[in-house]
Design a binder for this molecule. Structure first.
Ligand code: MLT
Length: 314
């Protein structure tokens, strides 16, 4: 039995595999051709987001049994092909939840108080105190699109700050909503009444370009938009136009349609805070997801136990 680690991840992953006496190779930055050539020498593969396991790569595998994603999003894995080929796909939904929720709250504070703009200005000796008059989060309405683990943690922190929480999540139960003092509203109502909108939903056919010229126009002109979920939820060209024309007040974007975002339509938009997909980039989160993914995959290969599976293998 052997595992391939094909993306850079915390060395905690090695401790877990060593404890379980599972041999492994670490081979990162492989081209699709290099990966195709070696992938079926392994029983399991551990990935983050850089490795793309498309049909061409996993479609021919006869030996590979499990794909472990150290993180939440599995949009870099062709789940249908994996399922057809009896390859189990697992993710680690809890390990980076705190990191992503905290980044979201940090971006929220920064947008409302202009921290990201005030720091470079002050470094330049400009002392633009009146230019950076901000707004408080307390009493404002936070619209959370998607009310899973991360959305709920954002709601929990935001409610302590004194924000009113609304969500459009169809699946959030009354019990969950009451735990976070949240109310369920339609997507249209969320878009038109929120002071801050934060995205924590999956990217799929239904949510792609959910924030486009029309929905951005429906937002309050004073409102701000934050995306720490997935690029593609916001139409990037439309967001740039909306920001440059003061349709909305500001936005913070951590995730992009194309990553790494070395040439984005968003670059140089007005009042736009950009970060390079840092949601899960805390020391704690990277350690958590590495341990979780290695433990889950080891437990599956050694004992047949399945948790946090994305697909079902017959
Ligand atoms: C995730 O899906 O876990 C986060 O976006 C972080 C990542 O892709 O590494």
């Amino acid at each position: 039995m052997k595992i391939l680690i094909s993306d850079k991840m915390s060395d905690k992953v090695e401790n877990v595999l060593n404890e379980n006496k599972i041999p492994y190779d670490i081979k990162t930055d492989l081209s699709p051709e290099q990966l195709t050539e070696i992938i079926d020498d392994y029983d399991g593969i551990l990935i983050r987001s850089a490795t793309k396991l498309k049909a061409e790569i996993i479609g021919h595998c006869k030996n590979l049994k499990v794909i472990g994603r150290a993180g939440v999003g599995v949009d870099n894995v062709d789940i249908d092909t994996a399922t057809k080929n009896k390859i189990l796909v697992m993710n680690t939904p809890l390990g980076n939840l705190e990191a992503t929720a905290e980044l979201t709250i940090g971006l929220m504070f920064s947008l409302m108080r202009h921290i990201h703009l005030a720091s470079p200005s002050t470094h330049e000796g400009k002392w633009e105190k009146s230019k950076f008059l901000g707004s408080e989060l307390k009493g404002k309405t936070l619209g959370i699109v998607g009310f899973g683990n991360i959305g709920q943690r954002v709601a929990e922190i935001a409610s302590v700050i004194g924000m009113k929480i609304i969500t459009n999540s169809a699946s959030a139960s009354d019990d969950i909503l009451s735990r976070f003092n949240a109310s369920k509203v339609s997507t249209d109502e969320l878009i038109s009444t929120s002071d801050v909108i934060s995205l924590h939903t999956k990217l799929n056919d239904e949510t792609k370009n959910m924030f486009n010229a029309t929905s951005l126009k429906s937002m309050k002109p004073s409102s701000v938009l934050i995306n720490c979920a997935r690029g593609g939820l916001i139409n990037e060209a439309d967001l740039k136009v909306a920001l440059d024309n003061d349709v909305i007040a500001a936005a913070a974007v951590d995730v992009y349609e194309t990553e790494p975002a070395t040439n984005s339509p968003l670059f140089n938009a007005k009042n736009l805070l950009l970060t390079p997909h840092l949601g899960a980039s805390s020391k704690e989160a990277q350690s958590n997801v590495a341990i979780d993914v290695a433990e889950q995959v080891a437990d599956y290969l050694l004992n047949g136990n399945i948790i946090n599976n994305i697909n079902i293998i017959e």
